[in-house]
Write a protein that binds this ligand. Structure first.
Ligand SMILES: [Zn+2]
Ligand SMILES: [Zn+2]
Ligand SMILES: [Zn+2]
Ligand SMILES: [Zn+2]
Ligand SMILES: [Zn+2]
Ligand SMILES: [Zn+2]
Ligand SMILES: [Zn+2]
Length: 274
């Protein structure tokens, strides 16, 4: 570590200064919180009674210090690490059913092999984490980029067109759909609705869905039940439907309109994906 980097460390907590402030007498840097904790506002280094001022220079310099992600060892910087951790695929998340810590990648397999029934009924666990949170984070990213340039553009490997995340959190390329669809205008997206098979492949890949899963036109992950042969997303969106407990599946009973469409489409459009 060179001298400049050493100077960016806080003499109290011995880590890089968080929200760096400097002593107005000796210009040594502290974390804001560490400086606030000094008794009588006396600098620990020059021993003078002093004021602490924000150091924008130090804050910027610290943000640019390279660090590796603890989980995936990707190269990042102190300033960017938080944003990386939001999307880091190796970062551990806790299973809300059994409290096991898992990576994002292994989480879905864990849930589908250990507590699929529970998970599907706990829509907040399954669909929230894997669909809604995903939608929110991408919407957030898109909005910070002013919607002008989406970093969530992927290439549809079937038609080589650019696909973007729509309002449903599904990928859409705007090309003609593979086949006729009773609910759409015949095109993939571009903001909501059904997508083409190449874009569905992106949905499956980037949500890390295990084999057999698709994403319905509302943006919710859904799977065919071996009991009824119907596709269910597990959402509680069927209140008031006769002979139904209010949930779409997850194993039997009527399915929601979006999953009914999947039942039609899986026979042709998405047949190669499950
Ligand atoms: Zn400190
Ligand atoms: Zn000082
Ligand atoms: Zn990472
Ligand atoms: Zn679990
Ligand atoms: Zn498409
Ligand atoms: Zn459609
Ligand atoms: Zn459904």
């Amino acid at each position: 570590m060179d001298n400049i980097e050493k100077r960016l460390m806080c003499p109290i907590c011995l880590d890089y200064c968080k929200q760096a402030v400097e002593c107005s007498k000796c210009i040594n840097l502290y974390c804001k919180n560490c400086a606030d904790s000094l008794s009588d506002k006396k600098c620990a280094l020059c021993r003078e009674s002093t004021e602490f001022h924000i150091s924008n220079f130090a804050r910027r310099a610290i943000n640019e210090i390279p660090v590796n992600c603890d989980f995936c060892s990707a190269k990042s910087t102190i300033g960017d690490l938080e944003a990386h951790l939001e999307k880091c695929e190796k970062k551990s998340i806790t299973c809300q059913i059994c409290d096991l810590k898992l990576t994002k990648i292994s989480f879905l397999n864990h849930v589908s092999s250990n507590h699929l029934d529970k998970a599907l009924h706990k829509t907040e666990l399954f669909n929230d984490i894997l669909a809604n949170k995903f939608v929110q984070s991408t919407q957030f990213l898109n909005s910070t980029l002013n919607g002008t340039h989406s970093i969530d553009t992927k290439i549809n490997s079937k038609n080589k067109k650019k696909a973007r995340l729509g309002a449903t959190g599904k990928y859409y390329c705007g090309a003609q759909l593979d086949d006729f669809c009773s609910c759409c205008d015949g095109f993939c997206g571009t903001k909501s609705g059904c997508n083409c098979s190449g874009c569905m492949e992106l949905d499956i890949r980037f949500r890390l869905l295990p084999k057999g899963w698709l994403v319905n036109r509302d943006g919710f992950a859904a799977k065919k039940s071996s009991e009824t042969g119907k596709t269910y997303c597990g959402r509680k969106n069927m209140m008031g439907v006769p002979l139904c407990d209010g949930y779409c599946g997850p194993n039997n009973g009527p399915n929601c309109p979006a999953c009914q469409k999947l039942d039609e489409q899986v026979k042709r459009r998405y047949s190669k994906l499950i």
